[in-house]
Design a protein around this ligand. Structure first.
Ligand SMILES: NC(=O)C1=CN([C@@H]2O[C@H](COP(=O)(O)OP(=O)(O)OC[C@H]3O[C@@H](n4cnc5c(N)ncnc54)[C@H](O)[C@@H]3O)[C@@H](O)[C@H]2O)C=CC1
Ligand SMILES: O=P(O)(O)OC[C@H]1O[C@](O)(CO)[C@@H](O)[C@@H]1O
Length: 390
């Protein structure tokens, strides 16, 4: 069995690669990073280390690399016969790789390969594979679409494992946390014969992706933005500050109330509390050094309408539940000044050039909720004051 995996970065090598290899897959990693691709081809293997007591090593073999910028034909060739396609490349890059996936699927169908195939986007976003599907379909000819409908699935997925930016001499080596969770929406799969060990299959992914995004990602980003406002540069240092710890606990208690209200058949209050306590201990993992710049990266994306802050705020408001702590964190996002992060630089410039409320509407998509826009504006103005009070 072989898989084509787009994005040979931290989560690609450090989680998806590990799981596929453990299930007997050979992996064709697709990436534009020449160093990584060359090294994958030279060695055909790499190592993962668990950032936990004992520092267990995991060896991944039968891998190679394809540079999609230089050798797109080879990607198409592999898609023609592959058994699975996965991505961990970043939500915004999905639209960029979609034309190549469309070409590969077209060639696959035209070659007579009607074996069902699933394309699974493993990104931190709600509806990642469905979004990729929409992007791919924009590049398919009308006559091929019914065939793709028939044989190609785009099941949504949630992946959870903290893999910080790596600072190793070996460009393939990756240190990852011990915890891992990968859930795939079984109802959207076309090839149900391939069930990976180490992966959970859910009849409906929505509760699981929301639980993950509004817990791990909302919580981690809260530590990043609150920590940044207090001048910390790592998650580990920030969460040792009682003010930051209290803030993330308040935020998680708000998202917990939403998750329980919305998904009470799936999750009990106790199970959510246990889940959140586990997450806090993962943020405090002394074996991992994670940069605030990474966890807070791309702040404009993270302010999105369906993203980890605005969506829970909207849904808590609809239900008449409290979202004060989430709102405080949102105010701090607009102060996230990271000169190496293009979106942060853009956000800082927008705040200089435009009216504050226009920037809020543009970044959050809250054009129909002036009340929330006012609250965010106030939170932005209070953000400095709040922090000084701490
Ligand atoms: N790092 C983590 O802890 C987790 C990350 N994720 C998600 O996984 C995705 C990837 O994140 P990371 O692995 O952390 O990022 P990363 O930056 O380590 O990896 C992304 C890879 O995509 C490659 N890439 C970028 N543009 C490309 C293009 N046009 N064509 C081919 N390759 C391209 C980059 O060269 C890089 O190797 C993101 O959506 C993230 O939200 C999900 C769960 C955990
Ligand atoms: O990849 P994004 O969406 O920028 O967010 C970074 C997130 O990835 C993770 O490392 C894993 O989900 C989180 O810890 C962190 O919140």
């Amino acid at each position: 069995m072989r898989a084509v995996h787009f994005g040979a970065g931290n989560i690609g090598r450090g989680f998806i690669g590990e799981t596929l290899a453990d299930n007997g897959f050979g992996i064709d990693f697709v990436d534009v990073n020449e160093t990584i691709i060359d090294e994958l081809n030279k060695r055909g293997e790499y190592d993962i280390e668990l950032a936990a007591p004992g520092k267990k090593r995991i060896h991944v073999s039968d891998v190679d690399g394809i540079n999609n910028a230089k050798n797109p034909e080879k990607v198409i060739e592999q898609i023609k016969t592959t058994d699975m396609i996965t991505t961990a490349i970043g939500p915004k890059i999905l639209a960029i790789i979609a034309p190549l996936i469309a070409q590969g699927l077209t060639e696959r169908i035209k070659s007579g390969n009607t074996k069902p195939l699933d394309v699974i986007a493993c990104e931190n976003m709600i509806g990642g594979s469905e979004h990729l599907k929409e992007e791919v379909y924009k590049h398919l000819d009308d006559d091929i679409k019914p065939e793709v409908d028939k044989y190609i699935g785009f099941p949504n997925a949630a992946v959870d494992r903290i893999v910080p930016i790596q600072h190793n001499d070996d460009p393939l080596f990756v240190s990852v946390e011990d915890f891992k969770e990968w859930v795939i929406d079984e109802s959207q799969m076309k090839n149900k014969d391939i069930k990976l060990k180490g992966v959970d299959y859910a009849p409906d992914l929505e509760p699981y992706i929301e639980r993950k995004l509004f817990s791990v990602n909302t919580g981690h980003a809260t530590v990043a933005y609150t920590g940044k406002s207090l001048d910390y540069s790592t998650i580990g240092d920030a969460i040792e500050d009682p003010f930051v710890l209290k803030q993330v606990k308040r935020v998680l208690s708000e998202t917990r109330s939403l998750l329980h209200n919305k998904w009470n058949k799936e999750f009990t209050e106790e199970s959510l509390e246990e889940y959140h306590n586990k997450i806090l201990s993962r943020f405090q993992n002394p074996y991992i050094s994670d940069d605030i710049a990474r966890v807070g990266r791309t702040p404009i994306r993270k302010l999105g309408y369906n993203e980890r802050f605005i969506r829970p705020i909207r849904e808590l408001k609809e239900r008449g539940l409290s979202y004060d702590a989430l709102m405080e964190t949102v105010g701090r996002i607009y102060h996230f000044d990271e000169p190496n992060d293009k979106e942060s630089v853009k956000l800082m410039q927008m705040l200089k050039d435009e009216d504050l409320k226009d920037v809020i509407v543009e970044t959050t998509g809250l054009k129909d909720d002036p009340e929330l826009v006012d609250e965010i504006a106030l939170s932005y103005k209070n953000a400095d004051k709040d922090v000084k009070k701490a």
